[in-house]
Design a protein around this ligand. Structure first.
Ligand SMILES: *Cc1c(COP(=O)(O)O)cnc(C)c1O
Length: 394
């Protein structure tokens, strides 16, 4: 054995002792309200499949057709020979769906952030970022080389303070916030944030990964929710959550999108999304544009589930979206809770540090339009039983 690699085993042991070692479960079925996980049939409470589109027949059909017509791989990066008609069609459709001039798509939401942020700011610039922003925003900020200034979570007043304090010290400023915060399910006060960034003439970017397909009219996202069309410079999104597929998108004015086609590094140096994925994304836009039924059902389910969890005495944090954190505190309790839920045939994974801050471990329930009322009741029953057994509720 290599002595120089011993540290890895030590680190892994420490994770295990701290209850922070990720034990990754394996699915033996498509996504849906029910899954086969590690060979067992369980109720699914932790996918980002908000609208049940991940195995929707219309998306599967669109992917199959694209496979037949365009094959399996894109064969190149977008800027050389990887841009197919499908990519441009999806970009046009997304621009229209979001009510902006233009859109550019990427392989994932993660790469959309790595593309957008370093293209907009560099060494002479400064980033104002919410302290709870997603890891892909944090990494995009670091890659840009710009100075990073955090502001207190969801606080427009604190944003105002940090921009004022730093005024005159930079060339360009960019404020970035998650739209819906993925671990707590709360919304950024984007209307107030816009007032501040507009006053200081700082660019504004929102990452709406958990908002697209969920908030706003028919799932048009957080900018639509607040009626801020034309005011937020850059909207980042993902096709891997409510849209049920895989991929990322940046929507905004035509100049910004043109610039990202020139300078977005994952666009220039990583191959295009596959034809099947892109076609499935287009089918998802079709569905969202044709009816609000799935989005409405998602919200009905979320309201019902959260109300009963609260009534039972669980601390569900301050979520205002279908993301429902069940706050448990220490990581080992969250792990044990999840394990007991699995015994009750409910799949609800624990989240601990570094996904959430230390001492704020939780189970995060992801409600979906795919759930029926009896699914939700069965899940609530399991929470009640395990919660009493572990002394979390009375
Ligand atoms: C999930 C998520 C991403 C990453 O999206 P992928 O398409 O899965 O890479 C980016 N930003 C936020 C806020 C997210 O929640």
């Amino acid at each position: 054995m290599n002595k120089r690699l011993d540290w890895i085993q030590e680190e892994i042991n420490a994770l295990k002792e701290g209850g922070l070692y990720n034990r990754i479960r394996t699915l033996g079925s498509p996504q849906g309200a029910w899954l086969i996980v590690d060979g067992k049939r369980v109720l699914n409470f932790c996918s980002n499949n908000y609208l049940g589109l991940a195995n929707h027949p219309k998306l599967v059909e669109a992917a199959k057709e694209a496979l037949q017509k365009f094959g399996v791989g894109p064969g190149a990066v977008r800027s050389i020979a990887g841009t197919m008609e499908l990519h441009l069609e999806l970009e046009k459709r997304m621009a229209k769906f979001k009510g902006v001039e233009a859109a550019i798509t990427f392989q994932s939401g993660f790469s959309a952030n790595l593309a957008a942020i370093p293209a907009l700011v560099g060494k002479e610039d400064v980033l104002f970022t919410d302290e709870l922003n997603h890891a892909s925003i944090i990494d995009g900020c670091r890659l840009s080389g710009a100075r990073i200034v955090k502001y207190a979570h969801a606080s427009a007043a604190d944003l105002d303070r940090v921009i004022t304090e730093n005024s005159g010290t930079y060339r360009r400023g960019l404020t970035i916030t998650d739209g819906v915060f993925s671990m707590d399910g709360d919304l950024a006060p984007l209307d107030e944030i816009y007032e501040i960034t507009n006053k200081h003439e700082v660019m504004l970017m929102v990452d709406d990964a958990h908002g697209e397909g969920v908030v706003g009219r028919g799932g048009r996202g957080i900018v639509d929710h607040f009626g801020l069309h034309g005011k937020v410079d850059v909207e980042v999104g993902t096709f891997s959550k409510a849209f049920g597929v895989m991929g990322g998108v940046v929507a905004g004015n035509a100049n910004i999108i043109d610039w990202l086609r020139q300078r977005g590094r994952p666009f220039l140096f990583s191959s295009a999304a596959t034809p099947a994925d892109v076609a499935a994304c287009i089918a998802a836009v079709d569905l969202l544009e044709s009816s609000t039924e799935l989005v409405d059902h998602l919200w009905d389910n979320a309201k019902y589930f959260k109300a009963i969890m609260k009534e039972m005495g669980f601390d569900t944090g301050h979520s205002t979206t279908p993301i429902t954190p069940i706050m448990l505190g220490e990581a080992p309790l969250a792990q044990q809770f999840s394990h007991e839920m699995f015994e009750e045939s409910v799949f609800a994974m624990p989240l601990g540090f570094p996904t959430v801050p230390k001492g704020k471990a939780r189970i995060r329930v992801m409600i979906s339009a795919a759930h029926s009322k009896s699914d939700l009741d069965q899940g609530l029953e399991a929470f009640s039983k395990v919660g009493r057994k572990l002394g979390v509720i009375e």
